[in-house]
Ligand binder design. Structure first.
Ligand code: AMP
Ligand code: ZN
Length: 460
């Protein structure tokens, strides 16, 4: 592996700096995972893919056994409760919730596996870490950073030194733009909920503040501590999580542990839009990973995503997805039966430079050009490099056999048409031959003539 520098942009320090792990024998990263009430959308796919590339990069540098990646599942959330009540009105709420979360988790795993995402080292759920959350809140109250009010426990943001340092907001700005609930029992409008009371029907656990459930931010603080320790290397998520989620995680963890650092580096991916617009259910441009996989193979989604640098906003377009698919058609053909080689050093250097995937991919395009002109070494390097970022994982055969959902192809009928066309050509009936070709093209079947005969493929 090349020994060039490894650098990351740190949201906290607002600069790109060389990365030094706290302990190279156990490099630890945390990424906020999904709240499991609905299908994950392609915006959610972005951090999953981005931090998967980071995980792969760190594993290649420090060794597979020396990287711990925790990506949680948020399975306690009011959106889950609402969805459960709506979807299973006849079940007791706890059973309905169990249905919603278990289905959603299963679907999430199946969807992201198609995107070539490795399982993280640990995937903690909130429901299995409630005692750790309660313990952390107790410490915060004990140390005077949190208080109890009307069955709630709240973080006293005015007591937290440097509150706002991650998102770069002043307290006033935070209050003004607050997605923080205003409530009469709060000392400061910006105080965030650590614990809140539950009705008998709502999911709840016994605590020193009565039966209730945790707030979102404390969940990640407690799970990160449990699996990665008080101070770890990298914390990631989408840019929208910077405030209030990560600001509060940082405040809670530092105050509870008496440290000034939760994670050395905070990394945030830019937002994803669809065809130039914010994705929203009401505007009808909301795309789930699951739906997209019906028309676009997972690797093409992954490549299209990585064509943009992770910190830049991304505009998801059908055109970019089909372009990525054509690129992969080409790479798969060129690397069919080729042994995977050592990744290109410049390719690795690009990734080590704050995960510059667009630059890394431009090197893959160069390798493709060389491989196309018969350079076998370039084909091997192309395969090894692409596989390094989770591409060219399928066999060429499996890739070629991929069909959009619902496609019904009668191969026998196509072969018969090809024979009929050959016969028409032999009889010099070119009009009939062209009609057969045009009819197939209308069904999305493209014929390719070569000296060895005619083959067909699906139009892209
Ligand atoms: P959520 O389930 O909304 O908490 O989101 C899970 C992850 O997906 C978080 O890291 C979010 O920042 C990220 N995310 C959600 N929407 C988008 C989007 N449109 N573009 C990029 N990342 C997103
Ligand atoms: Zn989180």
């Amino acid at each position: 592996m090349s020994d060039t520098e490894l650098t990351f942009y740190n949201t906290l320090s607002r600069e790109k700096a060389p990365f030094e792990p706290i302990d190279p024998s156990n490099v630890r990263m945390y990424a906020c995972g999904p709240t499991v009430y609905d299908f994950a959308h392609i915006g959610n796919a972005r951090p999953i893919i981005v931090f998967d590339v980071l995980f792969r990069l760190l594993r290649s540098i420090y060794g597979e056994k020396h990287v711990t990646y925790a990506r949680n599942i948020t399975d306690v959330d009011d959106k889950i409760n609402a969805r459960a009540a709506e979807e299973y009105p006849n079940l007791p709420l706890n059973e309905a919730i169990a249905q919603v979360t278990s289905h959603t988790i299963k679907q999430f795993h199946a969807d992201i596996a198609e995107l070539g995402v490795l399982p993280p080292t640990v995937e903690p759920t909130c429901t299995s870490h409630i005692p750790q959350m309660i313990a952390m809140i107790e410490v915060l109250i004990e140390k005077g950073f949190a208080y109890e009010a009307e069955g709630h426990a709240l973080l006293d943001t005015s007591s937290v030194e440097g509150y706002g340092r991650l998102s770069g907001r002043s307290l006033d700005e935070m209050i003004a733009g607050a997605r923080v609930e205003v409530a009469p029992y709060k000392k400061n409008p910006s105080d965030s909920v650590l614990w809140k009371p539950s009705t008998d029907e709502q999911p709840g656990w016994d605590s020193p503040w009565g039966r209730g459930r945790p707030g979102w931010h404390i969940e990640c603080s407690a799970m990160a501590k449990e699996h990665l320790g008080e101070v770890f290397d990298i914390h990631g998520g989408g840019i929208d999580l910077t405030f209030p989620h990560h600001e509060n995680e940082l405040a809670q963890s530092c105050c509870a542990h008496g440290t000034d650092t939760m994670a050395k580096v905070w990394m945030h991916n830019g937002f994803l839009q669809v065809e130039g617009e914010k994705m929203s259910k009401s505007d009808g441009n909301f795309i789930t990973i699951n739906d997209l996989l019906k028309t676009t193979p997972g690797e093409a989604i992954r490549l299209a995503m990585l064509n943009t640098h992770y910190r830049q906003p991304i505009d998801w377009t059908a055109k970019a997805a089909s372009q990525a698919r054509r690129t992969l058609d080409n790479w798969f053909t060129l690397t069919d039966g080729v042994k995977s080689g050592t990744p290109d050093p410049d390719f690795i250097a690009a990734l080590r430079d704050d995960m510059n995937t667009p630059k890394a991919i431009s090197i893959l395009h160069e390798l493709r050009r060389e491989a196309s002109s018969g350079n076998g070494e370039a084909a091997r390097t192309l395969k090894g490099s692409a596989q390094f970022i989770g591409l060219l994982q399928l066999s060429t055969k499996a890739w070629t056999a991929w069909r959009p959902e619902g496609t019904q192809i009668d191969e026998k009928a196509i072969r018969k048409q090809i024979e009929d066309r050959a016969a028409a050509k032999a009889a010099k009936d070119f009009v009939a031959a062209d009609t057969i070709r045009d009819n197939l093209a209308e069904q999305g079947i493209i014929l390719k003539d070569s000296p060895d005969g005619t083959t067909w493929e699906i139009a892209r």
